[in-house]
Structures are given as C-alpha cells and as structure tokens.
Write a protein that binds this ligand. Structure first.
Ligand code: UFG
Length: 324
C-alpha cells in the first residue's frame, strides 16, 4: 500500500511511519516541521509543507498515488488553545478541511484521523466509552470534535471512509531508542518527570493535589505510542471492509495518578524525583480513563505495553540519549 502520513515527523506520526515501513508499505510524509523533526521521519520520503498551502497539497495528492491517508498534523496543547483559539481552528479544522477536499479531488477515500480524549470535556463517568457525550471544554477539543463531525458528513455526502482514533495519554518511545518524544516546551507529565530525574536540579510541579482521587492528584490512562501506531494499522485494515465514519477510544483502560507515575518512574530510573505541589492546571479533568472494549472487539486491537513501568522504561531509554 502507498500511504500518505500527514504529521509523520511528529511524536506519534513518526512511530506510525516506522511501523508502516516495517510492514512493507510505501510511505510519504507531509509535515511542516513546526513541532516535528526531519530525522524522525527517516527513512520515509519527506515533503515539507503545510496543510494551509492548498496548491502544494493538491499537487502532491493528484500527482502521486495514495491508497490511504493517516492524518496526525495538529496543534495539541490544551492551554495554548485557550489563549490562541484561532491558531487551533485554522490548523486543525481548516487544515483538515483542505486535506479532505484535496483527497476528494484526487479520489482518495480512506482516512485515519488523530482525535483525542479532550473531545469529552469533563467526563460523566470514570471509564469513557464511545457512547459518552462529546462536550469539549477547550478549543483544542472543540477543533477535534468539529473534524469528527465533518468526517461523518463527508461519509454521507461523498462516501469518505474514515476512522477517528481518540487517544488518551500517549507515552513511551520505540524500544529501538531511535525515535521518541521531543517537544519544546515540554508540558507532558512523563517526559517532565524523566527530565527532572536526569537533571537532578529540576523540581517537578504537581498540578493540584486536592482532586477527589485516591491521592488527590489527577488520574490518566497512559497508552504506549507503538500501541497507538498499531491501532492505526488495524484501522487501515478495518476500512477495507467497512464504509462510513467510525470512532474508537484508545487507552489501556487503567488509570494512574500523577503521584503513582512519579513512584513508577522511581522504580524504573532509581531516582527519587524532587517535586512540589502547585495549583491546579486550568482545564485538567480529574480522571480520564478509556474503555477500550470497542477497539478490542471491532479493530481486533489490544495494547502490548500494559504496565506503566514498561511504558516509562521505553521513554527513559530515549530521554537518556535523544537523537533530536
Ligand atoms: N502534570 C503535572 N506536572 C507536569 C505535567 C503534567 O502535574 O509537569 C499533570 C497534569 O496536570 C495532568 C497529568 O499530569 O493531571 C497529565 O498531564 P499531561 O500534560 O501529560 O497530559 P494531559 O492529560 O493534560 O493531556 C493529554 C494529551 C492532550 C489531550 C488531553 C486530553 O496530551 O493532547 O490529554 O485531556 F488533549
């Protein structure tokens, strides 16, 4: 298969590229390198460009043949989306609309889309199934929910076949140590814990310890980046015999508090990370845990990194020796 991976130089996209290449597919990466790294996209061929550049996008899709598109390009920081909403709607919604129109013109009708747990807003239940209401509480979540809506409309109007994968907390790195998570600034918990463990002088801030959880800190469902990538492969296979727009929640189905992550990191690294309690971070729901039953049943997918220590260990290998 020939697959276009938009955002393939980013954290999750680059793990997807490796997996597709290892399975024998041909891969072209389209990425504006705003947060991605060209080294991460190797050894796929890389087209540097932006989804807002319509002529470039149309030329790429009409002059090359692709069987499917996997779309990771997005701005994805909740806090930034609150202060810069236009940038989020422009990149995530208009950028995706441009991609969908170019796909239609080029008669490509299979898309796997990166969605997020942020579409659920403040969850009504601890375990979130696909039937949970979609009620985003920040522009990032809204932008992803809008695209999910566009995909449903496009299925009806144009026969577009799509799978939206709603990631919970992506974490870890490829066991090869060649690619991993590299954001600047870094806002995510596990990289910040590991950077503090490496540095020794950095004090980790724990945002809020007065939540109604077992130790007062937020609970999240951490899912290994290669398990996310394998779900995309399963989604491509799924589209071979399923029409329409589909949605799946992707997590391990188990939640860990911030303090439990710090403790698991101590077991993995041998370093007791210094931390201090800080005020709650705006927009953080207390608990976010996925029900992954639908993905298990319908995609025939299951996570392989089921232990938090194994996820952190793979990230630790990367953070000790990052290539980019
Ligand atoms: N946290 C800290 N200290 C840090 C970093 C994070 O205490 O230095 C806490 C956060 O407050 C939160 C938990 O650790 O309670 C996890 O935070 P992350 O930033 O790692 O992840 P989020 O749950 O905020 O974000 C993830 C995805 C987003 C998505 C969101 C949905 O990365 O893309 O889930 O709510 F939008």
């Amino acid at each position: 298969m020939r697959v276009l991976v938009c955002g393939g130089a980013g954290y999750i996209g680059s793990h997807m590229v490796r997996m597709l290449l290892a399975a024998g597919h041909q891969v072209v990466v389209f990425d504006n390198l705003s947060t991605g790294h060209s080294l991460a996209a190797e050894p796929a061929s890389l087209v540097v460009g932006d989804l807002l550049d319509v002529p470039l996008l149309e030329t790429l899709l009409t002059t090359q043949h692709f069987d499917a598109v996997v779309h990771f390009c997005a701005r994805s920081l909740v806090g930034e989306s609150v202060s810069e909403p236009y940038a989020y709607y422009e990149n995530n919604v208009i950028g995706t609309l441009n991609l969908l129109k170019a796909m239609r013109a080029a008669k490509i009708n299979k898309l796997v889309f990166s969605s997020t747990a942020a579409i659920f807003g403040d969850p009504e239940s601890e375990l979130i199934a696909e039937s949970h209401p979609v009620r985003p509480i920040n522009p990032y979540g809204s932008s992803k929910a809008m695209v999910e809506r566009m995909l449903m409309d496009a299925a009806r109007a144009y026969g577009l076949c799509s799978v939206a994968l709603r990631y919970f907390n992506a974490a870890g790195a490829d066991p090869s140590g060649e690619i991993g998570e590299s954001h600047e600034p870094e806002t995510h918990l596990i990289p910040n814990v590991l950077r503090a463990a490496l540095d020794g002088r950095n004090t980790l801030k724990v945002f809020g310890h007065d939540y109604a959880t077992r130790d007062g800190t937020c609970v999240r469902d951490y899912i290994h980046v290669n398990d996310l990538a394998s779900a995309h492969t399963k989604a491509i296979e799924f589209m071979a015999n399923h029409e329409g727009a589909h949605q799946f929640n992707l997590g391990n189905g188990r939640g860990f508090t911030v303090m439990e992550v710090i403790e698991a990191a101590r077991r993995v690294t041998g370093v007791r990370v210094p931390f201090e309690y800080a005020p709650r971070r705006a927009g953080d729901p207390p608990v976010l845990v996925a029900s992954n039953a639908k993905a298990r049943e319908q995609l025939d997918w299951s996570p392989t990194f089921t232990e938090i220590e194994a996820i952190i260990e793979s990230a630790w290998r990367w953070h000790q020796n990052p290539r980019f």
